[in-house]
Design a protein around this ligand. Structure first.
Ligand code: THU
Length: 161
């Protein structure tokens, strides 16, 4: 008789920015500003990511596209790789992600792609502490996850090597 493995994921749904902590608000504002700077001439889909480091340093990234499409990179990985290159030993306290279409002012639900989830999981594992994730949700709402593992359960990481 086969047994079942159930995975429980908890997501806080915050109805507006007023329900965010100050740190979350600052990170989401930076992610929104970063999205405005995205280099996305092909998709016109602007994504912004912001990281809060353990010493309070804020770090941002935006998607960087390329005429050879697969050579581009998502906002989340742009931010994470740049952060790790500049601050290899600092822990990440929060990742915030948002997105919008160039033709519209309002922000859209931001769902990190699989590759970005995998890269977030790498840094979460490396630091040995959960990284909360704050995502732009629909209609001015926000989604707060306590850990990257909630975005990528059943994940492959260094323990499986
Ligand atoms: N994109 C991101 O920056 N992050 C994601 O997690 C999903 C997709 C970017 C890649 C590309 O520049 C554009 O959005 C459209 O896919």
């Amino acid at each position: 008789m086969a047994s079942e493995l159930n995975i429980h994921i908890c997501i806080d749904v915050l109805d507006s920015a007023e329900e965010l902590t100050q740190q979350e608000r600052d990170a989401m504002s930076l992610a929104q500003a970063a999205a405005n700077d995205a280099y996305a001439p092909y998709s016109n889909f602007l994504v912004g990511a912001a990281l809060v480091l353990e010493d309070g340093t804020l770090f941002k990234g935006s998607n960087q596209e390329n005429a050879a499409y697969p050579s581009g990179l998502c906002a989340e990985r742009t931010a994470l790789f740049a952060m790790s290159a500049h601050h290899p030993n600092k822990k990440i306290m929060l990742i915030a992600v948002t997105a919008r279409r160039r033709s519209e002012q309002h922000f859209l639900p931001a769902m990190p792609c699989g590759a970005c989830r995998q890269v977030m999981a790498e840094y979460e594992h490396k630091q040995g502490e959960s990284i909360p994730v704050l995502l732009q949700g629909p209609e001015g709402k926000f989604y707060r996850l306590r850990s990257v593992s909630d975005l990528l359960p059943f994940q492959f990481n260094r323990e499986h090597l």
